[in-house]
Write a protein that binds this ligand. Structure first.
Ligand SMILES: Nc1ncnc2c1ncn2[C@@H]1O[C@H](COP(=O)(O)OP(=O)(O)OP(=O)(O)O)[C@@H](O)[C@H]1O
Length: 514
């Protein structure tokens, strides 16, 4: 036998959860050095399949062959011994530990922390994933956390690397760098399973693709020969809805709903970003975007806006004319603020609680709570209506938040916050991990909010998203905010230059501070 065996061969895998068949007769094969995409809508069963390969979930039926041998992957330790590494979509890092300590936990053997820190730095530099090993994870932005996860996987020198939406929080430049890394790994013989909703990335990177829908494999193709439209048709069985962004030039005369006035905040901890003189405003019926590479003050700005950080002077943040800079989240909500944070598990939702109970995180007044009593029947109906309106795939309103796939939970949280009919809606990474169909739907709902007169602030690293949604755009860099530019005048090149902090404040086209 001269033929090289397949690196991984999966045959007839099945896995059911209460109420859902997450994987139904799934087969898939990956050769050494092959970059293989797995694509499908939110809840199609991609993560479940990857967890089965990684030994984190036990299949009900089916066979796995590794380098030609039948294997039982009982747990992730077995997977790692075989040479399988996985970067999860949800971070699996401990906040209170440093980068090095977190990575040490993922490695089986006893490790010398000093030596490990050096390896982390070296690997990070080699692959363009720079990290500061001594930093505590709670001080890192989501983009930086993603880097930790990827470096942790690379340190094990895997034969198969599974990446579950690795680029969702990376900048275009970082994605390019990552692709160089992945192609090099593949050239060295490492196989890669790549889950992503970004069809253009799949077409640029992957040699082959398996398409899933409703737990089943619905097709195989070479994505290099497909267009994004044909891939998306295979995935959702339909054409995408085109967004209609109506520019309303009069919105500049509308009432100011959110104003940030010379907001400066010193670092809350050693690795935080200091906010310097942030000035922006959002008027009723307007969508303003903030672009920028993660870790440039987005987290700090969100904390100041939400009330998690109450150190600002009252009038540094004005909500509908009310000075709220030093207030806690509840009075800000009462003043009309709706907020979707970038971390959905932990900040956006309580993982172990049902979707119904999670409604109460942002709905604590009538009709949800009456005379101090929670109206569970009403709350449950409200959760059910969000599930229906946003097409959230979940067993029902009683399903725990953690049982939802990433994109579905995101849809639920966005729906829950919109349900409050906020006067000001602040959303970070609105479509992180969300499939193309659902992203179009979330964008449509955000545009609808705008039409209803809501003032929307979108903080995102996805330039496409910002260009599709916003009327005006700012860029955040090193804790400073650029002036805003009307979207018609913005170019990717200019925004890219601004991302490194280079803008001339007085000369730039400032709108809306009149
Ligand atoms: N632990 C669990 N308990 C109950 N149901 C689950 C669990 N894990 C996954 N499911 C369900 O299985 C189905 C497949 O989920 P999976 O996470 O594999 O989808 P996915 O294709 O990775 O989606 P996404 O793109 O949103 O990450 C979903 O309907 C999900 O709600």
């Amino acid at each position: 036998m001269s033929a090289v065996p397949l690196r991984l061969e999966i045959s007839h895998v099945r896995k059911s959860y209460p109420g859902v068949l997450a994987n139904d007769d799934v087969s898939l094969a990956v050769a050494p050095g092959e970059i293989h995409a797995v694509l499908g809508e939110n809840g199609a069963g991609k993560s479940t399949l990857m967890k089965i390969i990684f030994g984190a979930v036990k299949p009900d039926a089916g066979e796995l062959r590794w380098n030609g041998e039948t294997v039982q992957i009982a747990n992730p330790q077995v997977a790692r011994k075989l040479g399988i590494a996985m970067v999860f979509q949800h971070f699996s890092l401990f906040d209170t530990l440093t980068v090095t300590e977190n990575i040490a936990l993922g490695l089986d053997a006893k490790t010398d922390l000093k030596e490990l820190a050096e390896r982390i730095t070296r690997t990070g530099e080699k692959y363009g994933l720079e990290l500061e090993p001594q930093r505590h994870v709670h001080t890192l932005s989501v983009g930086e956390r993603q880097r930790v996860e990827i470096v942790r996987a690379l340190l094990t020198e895997p034969q198969l690397l599974i990446l579950d939406e690795p680029t969702s929080v990376l900048t275009p430049q970082a994605v390019e760098k990552l692709f160089v890394t992945l192609r090099r790994l593949a050239d060295e013989g490492c196989s890669i399973l790549y889950i992503s909703h970004k069809l253009d990335e799949i077409r640029a990177l992957c040699h082959s693709a398996t398409v899933m829908r409703g737990g089943r494999v619905t097709g195989n193709c070479d994505p290099r020969n497909e267009s994004s439209a044909s891939l998306s048709r295979m995935m959702i069985g339909d054409e995408l809805v085109r967004l209609q962004r109506e520019r309303n030039p009069d919105s500049q005369r509308n009432e100011r709903k959110l104003q940030v006035n010379r907001l400066s905040l010193p670092k809350a901890h050693l690795f935080a970003t200091e906010l310097k003189d942030i000035e922006c405003e959002v008027r009723a019926g307007e969508i303003v975007g903030i672009a920028g590479v993660s870790g440039n003050g987005q987290q700090e700005l969100l904390a100041a806006l939400s009330g998690e950080d109450q150190r600002a002077a009252p009038n540094m943040i004005m909500l509908g004319g009310k000075a709220v800079g030093d207030l806690s989240p509840n009075p800000r909500r009462a003043a009309g603020l709706g907020l979707v944070p970038e971390e959905r598990l932990g900040r956006g939702a309580v993982p172990t609680l049902s979707l119904t109970a999670n409604m109460l995180l942002s709905h604590q007044k009538a009709p949800y709570v009456k005379r101090g009593m929670i109206d569970f029947a009403f709350t449950r109906r409200a959760a059910a209506s969000i599930i229906e309106r946003f097409k959230v795939k979940a067993a029902g309103p009683d399903a725990p938040a953690k049982s939802l796939s990433g994109g579905n939970l995101q849809k639920f949280i966005v729906g829950r916050e919109m349900e409050r009919k906020p006067a000001v809606f602040v959303v970070a990474q609105p479509t992180w991990g969300v499939d193309v169909g659902a992203a179009a739907q979330i964008h449509g709902e955000i545009l609808k909010l705008k039409q209803e007169g809501c003032a929307v602030l979108v903080i995102s690293e996805e330039l496409d998203e910002l260009f599709a949604l916003c009327d005006r755009l700012h860029v955040i860099a090193k804790g400073r905010l650029s002036p805003s530019i009307p979207i018609e005048q913005a170019t990717r090149e200019q925004v890219g230059v601004w991302m490194s902090g280079l803008w001339d404040a007085p000369a730039a086209t400032e709108v809306g501070h009149g």
